[in-house]
Design a binder for this molecule. Structure first.
Ligand SMILES: [Zn+2]
Length: 412
């Protein structure tokens, strides 16, 4: 099956050689081809170039993209989309003056989601999550990482990871699974952290690896959640079970989580709303990708990740949604890209790099995703006719997506 896209107004994020990530000043460079074509063979990008160099091709299907942009689909490296029910009541509570921490302290927050999840059947959770996944695919996401963490029991965590596995089997979108049993402490272990960490290490991890249910291990390293020492202990156990760490750090406090993540060679450190100069310094010359989640900052009215300082220090940066029922009930990467430009002062080029190639790196898939490169997956966004790609962040409330292709197939 050969699909040919012709008359592309501008083909974005073209990379002749596969590059794993872009950092610092490189992030401002988005290589493009104006008036371009692109050839898809089965599920892969087979060729691309300027229209005047279009070779004679027998295509099974031709898409005319006159006036439209084509770019690699978004790589959303941080979500929690497998959950049960919603927390709109807490949203209203916050409007009425309660803080995220106050809601958590009275049994709301993550524990509220965990209660609902444990009471909901696996089939019902699958159905709810499937609808969210289909929505983000239509919004242009072609690869997504999904975390557990709303079970906080052996059965609940395994249930979520099996739902993630079933989604990965049934949908063409690339899905990476992360075990986040250390998302919070269940109420019965509030005074017995060791008891719950033992449960994670001795009961959850062996079952998860036996059934190949996760690629990564995650911990919410934060005051009131997991200490740096506890985070290290869990990362170490995860590594022994073959899971690479990707951790939640520096959302509300800078307590040394970034340094711990680097020590255990974490693939990514995510959130980073509160960054001290030592945190930025620690990330220099490491293989760890910093990930910002601006929709979470927006929804909770907390600081945004200081992208300008981090990029000026030569660091890479990825952007992801954090789609979850409590702090970010949105999986819209277009909004993330726009918010990164509007609130974090990232340029459109930096934001697109952060949401494609660097997002792919943060999931360990930059060899196959995140750029227009021959041999990579034909996961593409075709925009509506727009004057320039600046429109993508500029027209922040508009849906500018015309067509999404995943594995070379149009998603309807
Ligand atoms: Zn998260």
């Amino acid at each position: 099956m050969t699909t040919l896209i012709i008359n592309i107004k501008e083909l974005l994020q073209v990379r002749e050689t596969a590059k794993a990530k872009v950092s610092g000043a490189e992030m401002a460079i988005l290589s493009t081809i104006k008036n371009a074509f692109l050839v898809i063979e089965d599920n892969l990008i087979a060729d691309f170039g300027a229209m005047e160099n279009l070779p004679p091709i027998h295509a099974d299907k031709t898409i005319d993209a006159t006036g439209k942009m084509v770019l690699p689909s978004w790589c959303d490296s941080h979500t929690h989309i497998v959950y049960a029910g919603n927390r709109e009541q807490e949203f209203v509570d916050r409007i009425n003056g309660l803080t995220y921490e106050e809601i958590a302290n009275r049994g709301g927050g993550i524990l509220n989601s965990a209660k609902k999840l444990n009471e909901t059947t696996e089939e019902e959770i699958y159905q709810q999550s499937r609808a969210r996944l289909e929505e983000v695919m239509r919004l242009g996401t072609g690869a997504v990482e999904i975390k557990s963490g709303y079970g906080l029991t052996v059965d609940g965590e395994l249930k979520i990871l099996r739902v993630i596995q079933r989604l990965a089997q049934n949908y063409p979108i690339t899905i990476k699974a992360t075990f986040l049993g250390a998302h919070a402490f269940p109420l019965e272990y509030k005074e017995n952290h060791k008891g719950y960490i033992d449960l994670i290490i001795n009961e959850m991890l062996p079952e998860i690896t036996k059934n190949k249910l996760a690629d990564f291990i995650d911990v919410f390293c934060e005051t009131g959640y997991y200490s740096v020492e506890e985070t290290q202990q869990i990362m170490e156990a995860g590594i022994q079970f073959g899971l690479k760490p990707k951790i939640h750090v520096n959302q509300f406090n800078s307590i040394g989580g970034i340094q711990a993540g680097i020590k255990y060679n974490a693939l990514s450190v995510d959130h980073l709303e509160v960054m001290k100069p030592v945190d930025i310094e620690a990330l220099k010359n490491t293989e760890t990708m910093p990930v910002a989640l601006p929709s979470c900052s927006y929804f909770l009215s907390i600081p945004y990740t200081p992208a300008r300082e981090m990029i000026a220090a030569g660091l890479p940066l990825a952007l992801a949604t954090d789609y979850n029922p409590g702090s970010t009930p949105s999986g819209n990467m277009n909004f993330v890209v726009a918010t990164a430009c509007i609130k974090m002062k990232m340029t459109p080029e930096e934001a697109i790099n952060a949401a494609t190639i660097n997002g792919a790196y943060a999931m360990g898939i930059s060899k196959t995703h995140g750029s227009i490169t021959i041999g990579k997956k034909a996961n593409l966004i075709i925009t509506k006719p727009i004057p320039s790609y600046y429109q993508i962040p500029y027209a922040f409330g508009s849906n500018l997506i015309d067509t999404v292709l995943i594995e070379g197939e149009i998603i309807s």
